[in-house]
Design a protein around this ligand. Structure first.
Ligand code: CA
Ligand code: CA
Length: 106
């Protein structure tokens, strides 16, 4: 009976969670989702996102006010080893940061 109760409760919680998470959609993307996103960004598959790839993707998202300069700035902000490109570990931080505190360039 306890089991049944907790099952019901967890179902209820799930519904609530779904409602809440639809308000804060993708606050916490999974590792797989981030990896998929990285692969989309990394168009030529060399394991790095460079400014050109970033810009193409941002433009595809309809944010064409981003210039190559803005993209370079974004990359520089997260490019810890200063090679001018974003590798996956840096991308992870970029995603974490942008979901917590969305980048606003203006
Ligand atoms: Ca690349
Ligand atoms: Ca780097």
């Amino acid at each position: 009976m306890d089991k049944l109760m907790s099952l019901c409760n967890s179902n209820e919680n799930k519904t609530e969670y779904a409602e809440v998470s639809s308000l804060f959609e993708e606050v916490e993307p999974s590792f797989e989702e981030i990896k998929e996103a990285f692969d989309v960004f990394d168009e030529n598959g060399d394991g790095y996102i460079d400014a050109t790839e970033l810009m193409k993707l941002i433009w595809r998202m309809g944010l064409s006010k981003f210039s190559i300069k803005d993209c370079k700035k974004m990359i520089m902000a997260f490019d810890e080893n200063r090679d001018g490109k974003i590798e996956f570990s840096e991308f992870l931080k970029l995603m974490e940061q942008s979901f917590r505190d969305p980048v606003e360039l203006d």
